[in-house]
Design a protein around this ligand. Structure first.
Ligand code: NAP
Ligand code: GCO
Length: 264
């Protein structure tokens, strides 16, 4: 059974993985035997990431690359294939959010979120699939969201992107499943990372942020998720244990999507 969940001998590219959810997923995959490659926007973050992986006993290789830049992504994949080897597992993790009421949001801001959260997973997946086809197998994991299923105020661009990412996941699964490539999504609930820090900030009087209390009431687990909660599900979707799972979005949300919420 352990072999089924092993990633020994596999090369995993996790985008935007200097910290946060990407770092946690990459660390879990390393623990299952994968060789970790990651990218970030700035050398400073790549260096910090390499140091953090080293501190965790992981010899990760980091590259500077903006995942929205197709030429840069194609160069990155070529470099990884030359320096490390063909990518077996791709985790499209890099993402941004802009919390702005829709009618106040500039079109350029909307496009920027779509570019990182939806166009980039298309670009990076397109860059790695040909070699996966040649190799005879591949795993693609797209990091979706509660907003792949639900809307809320101020996150119109993010919800549109993550809803699209859910369908891109299903389409890659449909188009490349015959080449033994499985493409699935992970839909994290509310996870305590820098991206959600503004939603958890203590109030001036020391009380919890109203959104913090809201999420606790909406989550059967009555807690925010930790990035490490996503490691096991990611290893499952990256391993042979999920070779007949395709086009599935695995929600790792403490039960939010199943629950109407605690009466205030
Ligand atoms: P985070 O803390 O903001 O980290 C995002 C990472 O993506 C950073 O390393 C960032 O690099 C990188 N990135 C952003 N734009 C990039 C670009 N153009 N090219 C390369 N790297 C880029 O976010 P997180 O909370 O870990 O979230 C990671 C993923 O999970 C995102 O897709 C997010 O939408 C999704 N998600 C998060 C939650 C949550 O509650 N936290 C829940 C569901 C889904 P820089 O540091 O250089 O900007
Ligand atoms: C927000 C949060 C969420 C989380 C996540 C939930 O502002 O509502 O940032 O969008 O990041 O996507 O799954």
């Amino acid at each position: 059974m352990n072999k089924l969940f092993s990633l020994e001998g596999k090369i995993a590219l996790v985008t935007g993985a200097s910290y946060g959810i990407g770092f946690a997923i990459a660390s879990a995959m390393a623990g299952a035997g994968a060789k970790i490659v990651f990218n970030d926007l700035k050398q400073e973050f790549v260096d910090k990431g390499i140091a953090a992986y080293k501190a965790a006993g992981i010899d990760a290789k980091g590259y500077v690359c903006d995942v929205t830049n197709e030429d840069a992504v194609n160069e990155l994949v070529k470099k990884i294939e030359a320096e490390v080897g063909v990518i077996d597992i791709l985790v499209n993790n890099a993402g941004i959010i802009k919390r702005i009421p829709m009618i106040e949001m500039k079109a350029s801001e909307f496009r920027q979120v779509i570019d990182v959260d939806l166009n980039a997973p298309f670009i990076v997946s397109k860059a790695v699939i040909p070699s996966m086809i040649k190799k005879g197998h591949g795993k693609i994991i797209n990091i979706c969201s509660m907003m792949s299923e639900l809307g809320r105020e101020t996150v119109s661009a993010y919800a549109a992107a993550k809803g699209g990412l859910k369908m891109l996941t299903r389409n890659i699964a449909s188009e490349y499943g015959e080449y033994n490539i499985q493409c699935n999504g992970i839909g994290p609930g509310y996870i305590a990372t820098p991206q959600t820090a503004p939603l958890r900030e203590k109030q001036p009087d020391g009380s919890r942020h109203p959104f913090d209390s809201f999420i606790i009431a909406k989550t059967p687990a009555a807690r925010w998720g930790e990035a490490s909660d996503l490691g096991g599900p990611a290893v499952f979707l990256a391993s042979d244990a999920s070779n007949f799972v395709n086009g599935h979005i695995l929600y790792v949300d403490g039960g939010i999507l199943a629950y109407i919420g605690k009466q205030p």
